[in-house]
Write a protein that binds this ligand. Structure first.
Ligand code: SF4
Ligand code: SF4
Length: 354
């Protein structure tokens, strides 16, 4: 298995780098088959903010598929807002219009059993297409450390089911198992990672944009994620999805093609326990020094997105209160807040909670 890590210094250059990269995968597709192209469309942000997959990458992949006689459709289930609204903000709607590719709003769901989690609700589009092409964005992630190919397919779970799944899998390793179950059900035939402009620090929506200069491709997202983490000098042992994928025997042997490497600043939420090995009693103590969301009362516009999406029902916006006894530290509130009004502050919690 080859993982291609192509250096690419700008989206203008991507127009030249992408076609030969994609040409290697022509044999994966059939004329007239329907392919779901699944970018990261987290929320209504512009392409320049590096939160969503850049429209240049989406355009390049759609053109490649159209030239092969494939029928692509574009969709995702954004964290907040409709597909149409998010696609308009992140420039993907304009690309679909330009190329005459349908942009699909998923409304129904199908239930499927994963290996660890049963009855997972995925958007019903999954049963209406022949294949999925996965287009993640390279970003840090408060809970999962990095979001790459495997995490991106969680967008195939419909809107408000996502917070419910965070509650179903409170433990980070268990949540990684759930992400892997979803990924195994979606089974993308190809993953193309947009790492030209990525995000470091407190991603995946309020971190710092960083030019990382990478276009990566592989048929296997576990291999791709493992290769990218290694070349970012982030130990794959710190990435929950990779730890669980390794245990489940899902990372195939691979060869990296390309010289790209870079570095990335971790989210503040990545604790000491993830960095150094320590005895259990010390782990419990350091866990109590957790980063927790705290309201920035000046920035908050009381839209209640955080309250609606908090899986633990720990947030009351009216009196700007967070119940840390209930909080499972999934950081969904921080991810979805449109105002960056939830700060991640270190707080000493009592044993077992607040
Ligand atoms: S999502 Fe952000 S702006 Fe909206 S109520 Fe919550 S903290 Fe305030
Ligand atoms: S308060 Fe925020 S971090 Fe805590 S459970 Fe709710 S959404 Fe997750």
């Amino acid at each position: 298995m080859d993982v291609y890590l192509e250096s690419c210094s700008s989206y203008e250059q991507a127009e030249n780098v992408l076609p030969p990269l994609l040409k290697r995968y022509e044999g994966l597709f059939w004329k007239n088959e329907t392919v779901w192209v699944k970018p990261n469309m987290l929320t209504t942000r512009s392409p320049e903010e590096a939160v969503t997959t850049h429209p240049t990458i989406v355009r390049g992949v759609l053109r490649f598929l159209l030239d092969l006689g494939v029928r692509p459709v574009v969709s995702d289930s954004p964290g907040v807002g409709s597909v149409k609204k998010v696609a308009l903000a992140c420039g993907i709607s304009q690309v679909c219009q330009e190329l005459g590719v349908p942009l699909i709003e998923i409304e129904g769901y199908v239930e499927k059993d994963g290996e660890v989690f049963k009855q997972l609700r995925l958007g019903d589009l999954i049963d209406q297409v022949d294949a999925v092409v996965n287009l993640p964005k390279l970003k840090t992630h408060g809970q999962m450390v990095l979001t790459l190919g495997v995490k991106n397919t969680f967008g195939c779970v419909l809107g408000l089911n996502k917070p419910a799944y965070h509650l179903r899998a409170k433990d980070y390793h268990l949540f990684a198992d759930l992400l892997i179950d979803v990924h195994q059900l979606v089974k993308p035939v190809l993953t193309i990672l947009d790492g030209i402009d990525g995000m470091e620090g407190n991603g995946p929506s309020h971190g710092l944009k960083k030019r990382l200069g990478l276009l990566a491709a592989c048929e296997n997202a576990y291999a791709l994620d493992h290769a990218v983490a290694s070349r970012l000098h982030v130990s794959p042992d710190k990435i929950y999805t990779l730890v669980r994928a390794k245990t489940r025997g899902l990372i195939p042997p691979y060869t990296i093609r390309g010289e790209w490497e870079n570095s990335i600043k971790m989210p503040d939420t990545v604790g000491l326990t993830e960095i150094v090995k320590m005895p259990k009693w010390l782990q419990d103590y350091t866990h109590r020094w957790a980063r927790v969301p705290v309201f920035d009362t000046v920035k908050c516009i009381r839209c209640k997105i955080c309250e609606t999406h908090c899986p633990a029902e720990a947030i009351t916006v009216d009196d700007q209160r967070i119940d840390y006894k209930k909080c499972i530290r999934c950081y969904v509130c921080h991810e979805l807040c449109p105002q960056d009004a939830l700060l991640l502050k270190r707080k000493l919690l009592k044993a077992g909670g607040q």
